[in-house]
Design a protein around this ligand. Sequence first.
Ligand code: HEM
Ligand SMILES: CC(C)=CCC/C(C)=C/CC/C(C)=C/COP(=O)(O)OP(=O)(O)O
Length: 312
Amino acid sequence: MSDASLNTTSYDNEAGFGDFFALLKPRVMSLVVFTAFVGLLVAPVSVHPIIGFAAILFIAIGGGASGALNMWWEADVDALMKRTRKRPIPAGKITAGEAKAFGLTLSVMAVVMLGLAANFVAAGLLAFTIFFYVVVYTMGLKRRTPQNIVIGGAAGAFPPMIGWAVATGGISIESVLMFSIIFMWTPPHFWSLALFMNDDYTKAGIPMLPVTHGRRVTRAHILVYTLLLAPVAVGAGFTSIGGPVYLTASVLLNAWFIAGAVKIWRRSEEAAVADKYAAERKFFRISLLYLFLHFGALLAEGILRSFGMGGW
Ligand code: HEM
Ligand SMILES: CC(C)=CCC/C(C)=C/CC/C(C)=C/COP(=O)(O)OP(=O)(O)O
C-alpha cells in the first residue's frame, strides 16, 4: 500500500464537520424546523425578525442535538440495519461518548439560549421535546412496544407548538391542532416505511408493528390513522390559522392521502413483493409531501392574512 493510500485511509477514519452534522439528522430535522417556523409565523403576535431567526436556529440545534443523543443510544442497533449502518458512530467516525457529549452540550445550549432569546414557555417545551424523544421514545418505548411511534411520535409534533410559544408565550387551540396534525400523521408516515424496511427492524429486534403483528395489520392501522387524521387537519381550517386557501389544500391533500392509504390497505403481500413495495415507497414519499404542503398552506394563509386577504 502506498503512503498516499495510507493517508487517505487514516483521513477517512477521522471525524470531520460532515460527520458531526450527520449526527443532527439534518434531513428529518429540516421538516421539523419548517413546522416550527410555520408555528411561529402564523401566531397572532409578531416577533422581531432577529428574535424569530435566533429562535428557529435554537429549535433546529435542539432538534439536531436530540438526533445526536438518539444515535448515541442506538449505535448498537444502527450497526445492524442496512439503512443506518453508515451513520457516524457505527461507521467508526465518532465515538458514542463524543456523540453523547455533543448532544448534551447542544441540548443545554439550545434550551438556555431559547429561554433568553424568546421566553421560558418555549424553552420549557423544547426541553420537554428533547426529553420525550430521547428518554421516553428512544430509551423507553422503541425497543419495548409496537406502540412506540404512536406515543413517541408526540415528540415530533411539538415543534410548531414551540414556534407558537416563541411568539405568544403560551399554548392555544391552534397550536394544539398543529400538534395533533403531526401526531396523527406520524403512524402512517412511519409504518409505510416500516412495511418495506421490515427486514431491517426484524434483524435488529425492534418491535415495530409489522415485526410484531405482520404487514396486514400494519396496513389496516395505516388506514385507520389516515382516516382519523383527516378531520383534525381539515378542522384546523376553521380556526384562526385557517382560511379558504388552507381549507382547499387540506381537503385535496386528505383525499389524496386517504386514496393512497386505501390502496396500501387493499394490496396483497404478493403484489407488494412483486413490485418491491413500490406503492408503499410512494405512499411514504407522499406522507412527506402531505405534511410539508399542509404547513406550507398554513404559511400561505398567514402571509395572505398579513396583507388583509387570507383567513376567514
Ligand atoms: C416517532 C416519529 C417518527 C419516526 C419513527 C420517523 C421515522 C423515520 C424514518 C425511519 C425515516 C427514514 C429515513 C431516515 O433515516 O432519514 C424517516 C424519514 C423522514 N422523516 Fe420521519 N419519523 C418520525 C417523525 C417525523 C417527523 C415529526 C417529521 C417532520 C415533521 C419527520 C420527517 C421526516 C423526513 C423529512 C424524512 C425523510 C428524510 C430523508 O429524505 O432522508 N419524521 N422518518
Ligand atoms: C425540536 C425537537 C427536539 C425536535 C425533535 C423532533 C423529533 C423528535 C423528530 C423525530 C423524528 C425522527 C428523527 C424520527 C426517527 O425515529 P427513530 O429515531 O426511531 O429513527 P432511526 O431508526 O432513523 O434512528
